[in-house]
Design a protein around this ligand. Sequence first.
Ligand code: MG
Length: 130
Amino acid sequence: MDTPNCDVLVVDDEIDTLFLARKILEKNNYTVKTATNGMEALGMIRKGTALPRLILLDLMMPKGDGWYVLETLKKNEELKSIKVIIFTVKSFTKDIDKAKALGADNYLTKPFRAEKLVEFVRERLKENSP
Ligand SMILES: [Mg+2]
């Protein structure tokens, strides 16, 4: 993969959640890009408009849901090193297990606390520092 050009790509179709997550992360000095669905996110990554170190990924979205994005990234040799934190209202064990099986690095359920989001991101980016 080319050199990352942002810390976090937040992908969520709920605009309020998208902006809230961005605000929290930027306040903690992370550089953030956003996408409102999975196809847009993958397009940005393929074009290099967004090459994040970590993706905060909603599951339920139109035009490319989170499962599709997660599978696509983790199957790709170039892109599988990007950390993925699933970010969803889905809190069933079967969803959490499925996400882990597909290679997700962590799982944050909504509604979320700002401290938890920052903690998860910090923890994963530490492992992945350049
Ligand atoms: Mg959604």
